[in-house]
Design a protein around this ligand. Sequence first.
Ligand code: FES
Length: 573
Amino acid sequence: MKKNFYLRSTEWFGKDDKMGFVHRSWLRNQGHPDHMFRGKPVIGICNTWSDLTPCNGHLREFAEIVKRGVYEAGGFPLEFPVMSLGETIMKPSTMLWRNLASMDVEETIRANPLDGVVLLTGCDKTTPSTLMGAASVNLPTIVVPGGPMLNGKFRGKDVGSGTLTWQLSEGIKAGTVSKEDMIEAESCMSRSAGHCMTMGTASTMACMVEALGLTLPGASAIPAVDSRKKVMAHLTGNRIVEMVKEEMRMSDILTREAFENAIKINSAIGGSTNLIIHMIAIAGRIGIKLNLDDFDKLGSDMPLLLNLMPAGKYLMEDFYYAGGLPVIIDELKNQIHKDAVTVNGKTIGENCKNAPCYNRDVIASPEKPFKEKAGIAVLKGNLCENGAVIKPSATSGKLLKHRGRAVVFENIEEYHARIDDPMLDIDETCIMVLKGVGPVGYPGMPEVGNMELPERLVKKGITDMIRISDGRMSGTAYGTVVLHVSPESTIGGNLALVKNGDMIDLDVESRVLHLDVSDEELQKRRANWTTPDPVAERGYVRMFIEHVEQADKGCDFDFLTGGSGSAVLRDLH
Ligand code: FES
């Protein structure tokens, strides 16, 4: 603890003038005595609770628990709501609103008398949006990941959120699943508070926040309804007060080494492809340059140590009982930066040293991994001049080197209209190409890249085909799916020029995605190509399409990269 630590909140509550009176007096209507305002760290509890975000539905209770910890440590907690992003309800895609939510978080933190912040997160985008916003202010900050749901249980089997959805949907197409089965499965899959319990984007981001050093050790895998999650929230409330006294800011934790650790650890857990976009955006806010090649260079040779759906068999609850992320981190001690500092003031190596593993069928050792190479591969070629990504561990493995005929869908509506048309000229050797689902094109880059296969091929027993798009894929999905093609089709990337019948080569080992069409022919096609009309004339969506960066740059707004610190330029008068 520093002797004379700085309290930003004194700029509000420490003044003896008219404005000091105003700042304190109105807050007094909540019944706080005078000593609550003076000389104590004021801790903002940034809450993404919302009835519209079921994955975060328990966070109101968690805010109260964090407050207990803050009070106990001598701080003064003030909870505030921010825009919450419910993956399963919001249309057209929560990714459209991630940057807006980050602006809400950033401006709310900066404009208010906060010395430190606790971020309560859960559903997919609620983690990156809050981190991005908080990073641009750079106060002492710590995260409470809301935690996964308990394992889904359906007819005697463990089932995973999202992953079961895809399986049932394919089953309906194949005629092996009835509507009644679907209805019964709904409540069996989602049977407790918490976020998706597969290694989807929410679990990936929670683990990444821990890997970055922004949570207390072991926080990410604890199920939302396990009492130890509450203990973690209470201790987080204690710790944030100390962090303020130590003046330990987000930038002290979010170093280049921390991001490199997170990339490697993400490979070892089989994390979602969405991580790439979010990590590049978060890094950009704190002034660290990450690019697509970093993910391939650092992550693609890492072994898969976690046996979780969709790549494997188990779920987050099992991961927690097996020892959680500290086991993975300790197993990787020779490959990561062990000296990266975390929010508890210790290094990540110290926190995870000798973490015991209780189930080797869930967490493997690097000597006996579930897969030798688990990372995300970054593809290059004339079909994705600025890159595209594929997660080989989520594929069938049979199509990683393949040449096929393109079957093109100009947009997602056309895909839905034609995919089961008996006249569609397609077989299992073809490559499905979807345009218009990039950041600008949709807009918001939805998770539709893992297009379902044509019903007649599913009935034939086909379970995987190559799919290429400028969209994203849910972390709970699987298949030989090439995503995040950049530049996207709507702004004139070569993806826009692909025609039915073109031949495409995918070679993941060589990192190549090639459209086998001559440069002259592509030039001819480009001359006839026109930019689609913008989808919005006004409002936030117009701002989004005018300022969103491409996927390889993290889809942040061009004017949001970097930070503005915590200084407030003008006073309230
Ligand atoms: Fe919220 Fe999956 S839908 S985490």
